[in-house]
Ligand binder design. Structure first.
Ligand code: HEC
Length: 199
């Protein structure tokens, strides 16, 4: 090895090391912890609509908390663990999980069957939908008493007369269990037809 080659080798090595170090510190930054690849986000959207949107929105709490701020408040790693097993997070004494349980009083189902890259896709979608404005109903305990004044009772009396009783449809020994599913009046023959179903 010539002198020139000898000094070139360590320089290369340092260069390579720096390259790997910069990659590593890049991924630990919050913004880079979530993929911005449009295909990954689309997969996340699909998974979110299938598994999560029944309980979660982004700007308003529903059955579960609004997720519009969550990628700014919790780390990608925490979110990953939580989605896979919320119960475990709660039992292990995680502060955020305990607070959430106190507020929402419902247990989020665990999604342990989701693969790591599927959770990653969900997080990419959640990150892509982050909301910068304050969330709509944080701390809102819902409608307390929508009609504070008592409704006065009217003097109206409706005099009802029993006309007919439908017979029990599934068990003769019990009370009628028939439920009206459709009632139609046929004016041209002046008859009421009742279509019934069993409860
Ligand atoms: C049946 C309703 C329900 C479903 C379905 C559901 N969640 Fe949840 N989620 C909750 C509730 C309730 C909480 C509050 C924590 C608790 O009580 O376990 C929660 C909490 C969370 C949190 C923590 C929020 C925070 O502020 O830290 C994340 C993240 C989350 N859910 C993501 C998801 C994702 C992703 C899915 C779909 C894979 C999903 N959830 C499906 C009800 C649900």
């Amino acid at each position: 090895m010539s002198l020139q080659q000898k000094s070139f080798f360590p320089v290369c090595l340092i260069g390579i090391l720096c390259f790997f170090c910069s990659c590593h510190s890049g991924t630990s930054k919050e913004d880079n912890a979530f993929s911005n690849d449009s295909t990954v986000i689309a997969t996340g959207k699909f998974l979110f609509e299938k598994n999560c949107s029944a309980c979660h929105g982004f700007s308003k709490d529903e059955i579960g908390p609004a997720l519009g701020h969550v990628t700014g408040e919790a780390s990608a790693e925490w979110l990953h663990r939580f989605i896979k097993d919320p119960q475990q997070m709660f039992s292990s004494g995680d502060k955020r999980a305990i607070e959430l349980r106190k507020t929402f009083k419902t247990v989020m189902p665990s999604f342990a069957a989701l693969k790591d890259d599927e959770v990653g896709a969900l997080l990419a979608f959640i990150y892509a939908n982050k909301v910068s404005a304050p969330l709509a109903n944080k701390g809102d305990k819902g409608i307390q008493d929508p009609i504070p004044e008592k409704i006065k009772s009217s003097s109206l009396v409706v005099d009802l007369e029993q006309v007919a009783q439908f017979p029990a449809t599934n068990n003769k020994d019990e009370l009628p269990v028939t439920r009206i599913t459709k009632m139609s009046f046929l004016p041209h023959i002046g008859t009421i037809f009742v279509n019934t179903g069993i409860m």
